[in-house]
Design a protein around this ligand. Structure first.
Ligand SMILES: [Fe+2]
Ligand SMILES: [Fe+2]
Length: 288
C-alpha cells in the first residue's frame, strides 16, 4: 500500500475517491487590476496561469480520455471520471475569472488565443502517447506548485490580495494534489514508456515557464504597464528568494525525472486532511 496518496476513510487500503467540488466564487470581488500586492509582474503571472488553464485542462481531459477505453483497473477507471470532472470544473471557473479580468483591461482573450493555438498544434502533430506524457508532466508541475501554494497560503497569498483568486487557487491546488497521479497512472497502464515520459518532462519543465513569461509580456505590453524596479525585486524574491516558488519547486520537479518515480512518492496527503478546518474560507464557498 502506498501511503503518500490520501486514503479512503472506510477502506484504508484504497485511495480516496476523486470527487469534483462545485464552488461558487464571486468574480465581482476582483476589482483591482493588479490585485496581487499591487505588483504588475506578480499579478500577470497569476493572470497568465489562469489564462492557460481552460484550454490546457481541456487538453489534459482529451489526452486521458483517449486511453479511457483501454483501462482495466476499476479504481483507476473511477479516478479518471473524477479527474475529468475536476478539470472540467476548473476550466469552467477559470473561464469566468478570465472574463472578469478582461473587463478590468487585461488582454486575456488574446493570451488564451495564443495558448489555444499552441495546444491545437500539439494535438495535430504529436501522438496520443506524447500528449499523455506531456499531460502527466504538467500535472507534476501543477501538483508541485499546488504544494507550495498550500504550504505558503498564509505568508504568500494573503498579503495585499483582495480577489477571489486566492480561494480559487487554494481549491484548485487541493484538487490538483488529489488527482496528481491519474494521468501518470493512465500513462503507466497503457503507454508505459519511462524514456518517453522523462524525455517529455525535460522539455515541458523548461517550456512551461517560458510560456508563462511570454503571456505576462503580452499582458503587460497590451496594458502599457512598465513595472518599477521595486516590482521587479519583489517578483524576483517571490520566485527565487529564500523559499521562493521556483527555487523551492526546482528540486521537487526534478524528482519526476528519475526512472521508477511515482507521484505518490511525494507525500502531500497532510495538505488535504482536514482542509475544511484549515481553510474554512474555501469550504464556505462549496455548494455541492
Ligand atoms: Fe486543474
Ligand atoms: Fe490537474
Amino acid at each position: 500500500m502506498n501511503s503518500a496518496l490520501p486514503r479512503h476513510k472506510n477502506h484504508p487500503d484504497q485511495p480516496q475517491p476523486i470527487k469534483p467540488r462545485r464552488m461558487a466564487f464571486d468574480m465581482s470581488e476582483l476589482n483591482e487590476k493588479f490585485f496581487f500586492r499591487g505588483n504588475p509582474i506578480l499579478s500577470t503571472f497569476l493572470y497568465a496561469l489562469s489564462a492557460s488553464f481552460p484550454d490546457g485542462e481541456r487538453f489534459f481531459i482529451d489526452a486521458v480520455r483517449h486511453y479511457q477505453k483501454d483501462l482495466k483497473d476499476p479504481v483507476l477507471i473511477s479516478q479518471v471520471r473524477g479527474f475529468i470532472g475536476q478539470e472540467a470544473h476548473h476550466a469552467h471557473i477559470h473561464d469566468h475569472f478570465n472574463e472578469r479580468a478582461e473587463t478590468l483591461g487585461m488582454a486575456m482573450t488574446e493570451v488564451q488565443g495564443i495558448f489555444k493555438k499552441r495546444i491545437m498544434m500539439v494535438q495535430k502533430r504529436l501522438s496520443p502517447a506524447d500528449q499523455l506524457a506531456i499531460t502527466s508532466a504538467i500535472e507534476h508541475i501543477t501538483a508541485t506548485v499546488a504544494q507550495w501554494t498550500l504550504e505558503n497560503s498564509e505568508s504568500e497569498l494573503t498579503r495585499g490580495d483582495n480577489s477571489p483568486l486566492r480561494e480559487m487557487l487554494l481549491w484548485h491546488a487541493m484538487e490538483e494534489i488529489e488527482h496528481k497521479a491519474v494521468a501518470f497512472d493512465v500513462f503507466r497502464q497503457t503507454v508505459n514508456n519511462e524514456t518517453l515520459r522523462i524525455r517529455w518532462a525535460k522539455v515541458v519543465f523548461r517550456i512551461f515557464w517560458v510560456q508563462m513569461a511570454r503571456a505576462q509580456c503580452v499582458l503587460l505590453w497590451r496594458d502599457r504597464s512598465l513595472p518599477s524596479l521595486q516590482h521587479v525585486r519583489e517578483a524576483w524574491q517571490f520566485m527565487w528568494g529564500e523559499n521562493g516558488m521556483r527555487r523551492w519547486a526546482r528540486p521537487e520537479l526534478d524528482k519526476y525525472l528519475y526512472k521508477g518515480f511515482h507521484p505518490s512518492d511525494i507525500d502531500q496527503s497532510h495538505l488535504l486532511e482536514g482542509w475544511h478546518e484549515s481553510h474554512p474560507e474555501v469550504a464556505a464557498l462549496q455548494i455541492a
